[in-house]
Design a protein around this ligand. Structure first.
Ligand code: NAD
Length: 486
């Protein structure tokens, strides 16, 4: 057994995962009703945790990105937007928690039968998060879990061990262990974690690991929300304002060095507009990031493994005939310690290239072209079920055509990634990009149990329609009204 493996096993024993979940389940059962006031109090403590510790987390994340991570990007994407999400949840929680009246069937409706749906907490929610937004993607699902009245166990990524340790140190200052607790450790711990008998498990990460997590959760029939990745296309229509599309596409592609689940993966552009679009992208990339290797606003590729992966995609594409443009004066990274990779644009790409099938997750942008707009869905199909579909243009019929012919988790028209920060919109994938959704009301509902409650008066209904034995002509007449002659 290697030292790392021994360390993991030791951590596993000392953290006693079974004990932790049992503790939370016991407290959940003992608590009974999770009131509005309790939920708001928990959300406010989570907000305080963010506001009071943002600097410690942001500097830790920057260090774990080898120094190459924009502090301002972190402040917005991982902290400010999460505080806004909490405020939004607090504002709407009372409304979400209200029982919903539902209609009842004839004749029960005439005889006092009443239906309602009430949202109850599920119990204990497990949250597994990735390294790319290590704080935000742990805290955002926790917001939905707490709003819905649950307790939670968090498992941050082993690729950001300092962030995970910081969570383990700071969370107990705001939450007792039976409310929210943190589990740290390597992939073996994550595997054990995914096998725990949670009442719901929310996983954010890659499609391949998502499938493993679902398998683990199935052992206890734990319902899952899977927030996965994919190849999100940017479709440029002929009615697009090309300059604007180029600006927004470039901004979106280079956010966090392309390491976002919603990063635009590749672009599809009308043949005759390709060179104009490429020129705009180059112009924008150079204006936003006049230099790369020392630029504090520009995120580096997270680690050597990912750097080599991206380099392999580029080499493979070039060997198979792609045209490569490296944007800016810095044509390569400055040193082995600085993984800030400039934007690499690939043209003349084809289906034999790895870069057209693997999620890129880095500053590499393949450009595909199309002639007639009806070709677009077939061009996307080999990379089906993306997390996001981006369309630039004013043509309503093109928009509808795409919506009806291409499936995707979400859609953003004339912008990139901004649908993610609209708190009233659900966020989630479809098929290979995930299942279930969170944020806003869908996050609340996804982590709640929508319980059907039907209540009947003391009137004995069934004999009125002859539906209790001995069955007779009255009942047969009633049934034949529904089924025809019997
Ligand atoms: P990853 O799938 O490698 O790891 C994610 C997490 O899974 C880590 O915390 C890890 O500890 C855990 N894990 C690994 N193996 C496991 C197993 N067998 N059982 C249980 N847990 C296990 O992903 P990553 O490299 O950290 O993140 C990048 C990926 O995440 C990309 O594909 C990206 O698109 C996706 N992502 C999706 C979203 C979203 O909201 N949809 C957001 C960010 C990232």
């Amino acid at each position: 057994m290697s030292i790392a493996e021994k360390k993991n096993v030791t951590e596993l024993v000392s953290q006693d995962l079974d004990g932790l979940i049992e503790l939370q389940k016991k407290s959940f059962r003992a608590e009974g009703e999770v009131t509005y006031a309790t939920r708001v109090d928990r959300l406010k403590r989570l907000k305080a945790l963010i506001v009071e510790n943002k600097t410690a987390f942001a500097t830790t994340t920057k260090r774990e990105f080898n120094g190459a991570r924009s502090y301002e990007f972190s402040l917005f994407s991982e902290y400010a937007s999460k505080v806004e999400a909490i405020d939004y949840s607090v504002k709407h929680l009372k409304q979400w928690m209200k029982p919903e009246r539902r209609k009842t069937n004839k004749p029960m409706n005439f005889l006092g039968g009443k239906g309602q749906v009430r949202y109850f907490p599920k119990g204990v929610v497990g949250i597994i998060s990735p390294w790319n937004l290590p704080f935000g993607l742990t805290v955002a699902p926790l917001t939905s879990a707490l709003a819905a009245g649950n307790r939670a166990l968090l498992k941050p990524s082993e690729y950001v061990p300092e962030t995970a340790e910081l969570f383990a140190e700071i969370v107990p200052q705001y939450f007792p262990e039976d409310e929210v607790a943190v589990v740290t450790g390597g992939v073996e711990i994550s595997q054990k974690f995914a096998e725990l008998p949670f009442d719901h498990l929310l996983f954010t990460g890659s499609t391949g690991v998502g499938a493993q997590v679902m398998r683990s959760a199935s052992k206890n029939l734990v319902p899952v929300t899977l927030e996965l990745g994919g190849k999100s296309p940017v479709v440029i229509g002929r009615s697009a304002k090309l300059d604007l599309a180029g600006t927004r596409l470039t901004f979106g592609k280079l956010l966090n060095g392309g390491q976002l689940c919603l990063s635009p993966d590749y672009a599809l552009v009308p043949e005759e507009l390709e060179e104009q679009l490429v020129a705009r992208i180059i112009h924008e990339a150079e204006s936003m990031y006049p230099n790369i290797t020392e630029n504090e606003d520009y995120a580096g590729v997270f680690d050597e493994r990912h750097f080599m992966r991206l380099q392999n995609y580029i080499d493979d594409a070039v060997a198979k005939g792609a045209t490569l443009t490296i944007v800016g004066a810095d044509k390569s990274r400055a040193s082995a310690d600085n993984r800030r990779m400039p934007l690499h644009i690939l043209q003349n790409v084809n289906e034999n290239m790895q870069v057209m099938h693997e999620e890129i997750f880095g500053p590499v942008l393949p450009i595909m072209t199309y002639g007639d707009f009806t070709q677009v869905p077939d061009k996307i199909e080999p990379r089906r079920n993306p997390l996001a579909l981006y369309y630039f243009g004013k043509d309503r019929s093109e928009q509808e055509y795409l919506l009806n012919h291409v499936q995707s988790g979400g859609v953003c028209i004339n912008d990139i990634t901004l649908h993610y920060v609209q708190e009233d919109l659900p966020f989630g994938g479809i098929g290979a990009s995930g299942m279930g959704a969170y944020h806003g009301p869908e996050g609340f509902r996804g982590m709640s149990h929508a319980r059907a409650i039907y209540s009947q008066t003391m009137i004995d209904v069934l004999p009125i329609i002859g539906a209790r034995p001995p069955f007779g002509e009255k009942f047969r007449k009633k049934i034949s009204k529904i089924l025809g002659p019997i």
